[in-house]
Design a protein around this ligand. Structure first.
Ligand SMILES: [Zn+2]
Length: 460
C-alpha cells in the first residue's frame, strides 16, 4: 500500500482531507449515473470521466475499489419523453442506456463494478420510505404522496450549507409550515419537503407500482440512497457527481440515508465543476449542448475530449470551444506519434518519473500537472525508449488515453514475417506447413484469421 498521503477535496468540509478509507481492504464508491431520457451531453460526461480517473488513480495506488453507478430509468423526464415518443418506459430507457454504454466505452471509461437500474430497486426504496415514516421523518400528504420532512432531520443542509429559515425558532415546527415540492429538480430558493413517493397521477400513464405506500412511483432522490445502501452498505467512502447534484440531490440522499441508518452515509463527497459554453453552463434546458456524436461527426477522436478535460483540474470550470478540442486532438496525436516511435520493446517503469506523477495526483487528482510529467518523460533523452514505453503505459492506467490499445494494435515484425510465410504456404496449398505456422503464431501470443485473399492478426 502506498505510504504517501492522498489528499482529496471533500465538499462536506470544503477542504482537502487525507484520504483514509473506512475499511482499508476495499474502497466503496458510488457515482450518480445518467438519467436515460436522451443522449447524454458532453458536460454530463465530465462527471463520468472524473469518477473514472479518480477510480483508476486509487487502483493505481493499490486500493481495491467497489464502484457502483446507477442508471436512472424512472423519473419525471423519462416518463415525459417516453410518452412523447409513444414508447414504453422500458423500451425508451433501454435505448438511451445502450447509447450511454457505447459513449463511455469510446471515452475509455471502464465499467463500474456494477451498474444498477433504478427500476430493479423499487422494493428497497419502499423499505427505506417505510422506515422514514416509522421514525416520523416522512409523512403522507392528502394527495397520497409521501414527503421527507426536512425539519425533522437536524443536519439538513450540511452538504449544501443551506440554513433553514426558521431553524432558530423555538416553537415546535410542523410540516405544514413548509410547503412541499413534488418535482425531482428544484433550486435552493425552493428549499422544501421533497417527494419520496409520488402518488399516481394521470400524467404517469401506465408507469406505476402498487404496494403498501399506495399506487405511485418513487422520487428520484430515494433511488440513489436505496441503490447505494443495498449494494455498498450503510456507509461508503466516496460519492461523486457534478456540482449541480449537491443541491438538492445529494443533500436529500444524505437526509434519507442518514435518517434511516443514523450513521454518516458518505465520508468523502466529491464534485466536478461544469462545462460551460460561451461562459454558460452546458445544459439540455439551455439548448446549448453538444453530444459525443457531434464530436465524432466532426471527425475528432472522443478520447481527445477526455484528454482536454484532464488538462484542467476537475474542480475548475472549463469553457468548451471547438478550437480547444481540436488543439487537444493535435496534442494527443503528437503523443501517440511519439509513443509509436519508441519501438516495440517494453522496459522498466522509471521510478523517478512515477514518483512525480503520483505526487501530483495525490494532491487532489491534479491531472494537469500529472500530464506535464508525461510530456517531460517523453522528451527526456536520458531515458531509454523501452523504459519510456513502460512508464507511459503505467501512467495510462490512470489517464486512460488509450496507449495500451495502441500497444495491442502493434503487431511485431517477427509475427508478420511468419504470417506472410504462412500466406505463401496456403497459396501453394501446403496446408501442413500452414497449420504449423499458425500454431507457431499462437504460441507467440497472436492469432491469425484468414479471409479470402488476406489475413488479420490479433493479440490473443
Ligand atoms: Zn444520485
Amino acid at each position: 500500500m502506498n505510504s504517501n498521503k492522498i489528499q482529496l477535496y471533500n465538499t462536506l468540509s470544503r477542504q482537502k482531507e487525507e484520504f483514509v478509507p473506512i475499511n482499508s481492504s476495499e474502497v466503496l464508491m458510488y457515482t450518480c449515473g445518467p438519467t436515460v431520457y436522451n443522449y447524454a451531453h458532453i458536460g454530463n460526461y465530465r462527471a463520468y470521466i472524473f469518477a473514472d480517473t479518480l477510480k483508476k488513480f486509487l487502483e493505481y495506488e493499490g486500493f481495491n475499489i467497489k464502484h457502483v453507478m446507477n442508471i436512472t430509468d424512472i423519473d419525471d423526464k423519462t416518463i415525459r419523453d417516453s410518452q412523447k415518443e409513444n414508447k414504453s418506459l422500458k423500451e425508451f430507457t433501454e435505448f438511451y442506456t445502450e447509447e450511454f454504454m457505447k459513449d463511455i466505452k469510446s471515452l475509455n471509461i471502464s465499467n463500474p463494478t456494477k451498474f444498477t437500474k433504478a427500476t430493479d430497486y423499487v422494493d428497497d426504496m419502499v423499505l427505506l420510505i417505510k422506515k422514514l415514516m416509522e421514525k416520523g421523518i416522512a409523512y403522507k400528504s392528502s394527495d397520497g404522496s409521501i414527503y421527507f420532512d426536512i425539519k425533522k432531520f437536524k443536519n439538513y443542509g450540511k452538504l449544501s450549507r443551506l440554513v433553514l429559515d426558521d431553524q432558530k425558532e423555538t416553537t415546535s415546527l410542523t410540516p405544514q409550515k413548509y410547503s412541499r415540492i413534488k418535482s425531482d429538480e428544484y433550486d435552493k430558493e425552493n428549499l422544501q419537503d421533497f417527494a419520496l413517493w409520488k402518488a399516481y397521477d394521470e400524467k404517469d400513464g401506465n408507469v406505476f407500482w402498487k404496494n403498501e405506500l399506495g399506487k405511485g412511483r418513487p422520487g428520484w432522490h430515494i433511488e440513489c440512497s436505496a441503490m447505494s445502501i443495498k449494494n455498498l452498505g450503510e456507509q461508503i467512502d466516496i460519492h461523486t457527481g457534478g456540482v449541480d447534484n449537491i443541491f438538492p440531490h445529494h443533500e436529500n440522499e444524505i437526509a434519507q440515508s442518514e435518517g434511516v441508518t443514523e450513521k454518516q452515509f458518505v465520508k468523502y463527497w466529491m464534485h466536478n465543476e461544469w462545462v460551460l459554453v460561451d461562459q454558460k453552463k452546458m445544459a439540455k434546458s439551455f439548448n446549448n449542448f453538444f453530444t459525443l456524436r457531434d464530436i465524432i461527426k466532426s471527425g475528432i477522436n472522443p478520447v481527445a475530449y477526455r484528454f482536454w478535460l484532464l488538462m484542467a483540474n476537475y474542480r475548475t470550470r472549463v469553457n468548451f470551444v471547438w478550437e480547444a478540442l481540436e488543439g487537444a486532438e493535435i496534442a494527443l496525436k503528437r503523443l501517440y506519434g511519439l509513443y509509436a516511435e519508441l519501438g516495440e520493446a517494453v522496459g522498466n517503469v522509471n521510478e523517478e518519473y512515477k514518483d512525480r506523477f503520483k505526487k501530483y495526483l495525490e494532491d487532489d487528482l491534479d491531472t494537469p500537472r500529472a500530464l506535464t510529467v508525461l510530456w517531460d518523460l517523453i522528451k527526456d533523452e536520458k531515458i531509454s525508449p523501452a523504459d519510456k514505453k513502460a512508464t507511459v503505459l503505467d501512467f495510462d492506467k490512470v489517464l486512460g488515453l488509450g496507449f495500451d490499445i495502441l500497444q495491442k494494435d502493434i503487431i511485431p515484425k517477427e509475427i508478420i514475417k511468419i504470417a506472410e510465410e504462412r500466406k505463401l504456404a496456403r497459396k501453394n496449398k501446403d496446408f501442413k506447413k500452414s497449420d504449423e505456422l499458425r500454431a507457431k503464431i499462437n504460441s507467440l501470443g497472436y492469432e491469425v484469421k484468414d479471409s479470402e485473399n488476406s489475413y488479420k492478426i490479433n493479440k490473443i
